[in-house]
Design a protein around this ligand. Structure first.
Ligand code: CAA
Length: 255
């Protein structure tokens, strides 16, 4: 597929996805979702790729769903556009490998929802976050009403959703929306450093930790613990034997 909204670069097991529509502050249109779905379909079967990083070109990560595309939509088209985005971000979340958001600038509306579909978020001091849909007389459509309270708790989520306040990176760090804040010129270096650190761990362990954690959040504590115990067990033969032997023999594990 010929990408118009995405730049994909693959290096040393890491796929860097740059959303590249700077004239519209990387706003998300139907074409974007088709391209992202295509990319996710490819990376799912790409054994070489162990981590995905998502960022944006210019002063925005993503400034939201494309308002100029939405403005003429009928209610039915609106629901379809919402489901399209929900499906794409769920498929990102379901990737077995880690997906990291490198938030370089505005992450608003659908842009914040994209970042929420990633496993965690690293921000530049220039990043700004918000769910400004109510300013437009709208509500979030790409699972922001669902992921935000699960991540932040109900009150912080409803505060952002109801006030449409745009918060800076420091405030985002304080409420747990992002995990680290760095200077803009250090953002990509820092995110690649984090990715490389994750790459040095047991690759199966990383996938299982993502799966068990995410599945557990969707089910009861008891079910989550059951799944954890099962995967804890299967990890012994998969990687644990080697990892634990390496520790005792004071050498690096050979995964
Ligand atoms: N959709 C379409 N175009 C957008 C856009 C969006 N979400 N955000 C910005 N743009 C466009 C602007 O229209 C402008 O285009 P022109 O140059 O052709 O006029 C261009 O990007 C640059 O934007 P600004 O001139 O506004 O830049 P600024 O620096 O003055 O302001 C901003 C930046 C505060 C982010 C402002 O652009 C803004 O408020 N954008 C809209 C944010 C928003 O409301 N997002 C939520 C969208 S709804 C949504 O996402 C629903 C959902 O969950 C599914």
């Amino acid at each position: 597929m010929d990408y118009q909204n995405l730049i994909i670069e693959k290096k040393e097991g890491i796929a860097l996805v740059t959303i590249n529509r700077p004239k519209a502050l990387n706003a998300l249109n139907t074409r974007f979702f088709n391209e992202m779905d295509h990319f996710v379909g490819l990376v799912k079967d790409d054994k070489e790729i162990q981590i995905v990083i998502i960022t944006g070109t210019g002063k925005a990560f993503v400034a939201g769903a494309d308002i100029s595309e939405m403005v003429d939509q009928s209610p039915e088209e609106g629901t379809a556009f919402s489901k399209l985005g929900q499906k794409t971000f769920s498929s990102l979340e379901k990737l077995k490998i880690p997906v990291i958001a490198a938030v370089n600038g505005f992450a608003l509306g659908g842009g914040l929802e994209l970042a929420l579909g990633c496993d965690f978020r690293i921000a530049s001091t220039k990043a700004k976050f918000g769910q400004p849909e109510v300013n437009l007389g709208m509500i979030p459509g790409y699972a922001g009403t669902q992921r935000l309270p699960r991540l932040l708790g109900m009150a912080d989520a409803l505060y952002l959703l109801m006030t449409a306040d745009i918060i800076n990176a420091e405030e985002a760090l304080r409420i747990g929306l992002v995990q680290k804040v760095v200077e803009p010129e250090e953002l990509m270096e820092e995110v690649f450093k984090i990715a490389k650190n994750i790459q040095s761990k047991g690759p199966e362990a990383i996938k299982k930790v993502k799966y068990v954690t995410r599945q557990g959040m969707k089910s009861s504590f008891e079910k989550g613990c059951e799944l954890e115990a099962e995967y804890f067990g299967t990890q012994f033969k998969a990687e644990g034997e080697e990892g634990m032997k390496a520790f005792l023999e004071k050498r690096k594990p050979n995964w």
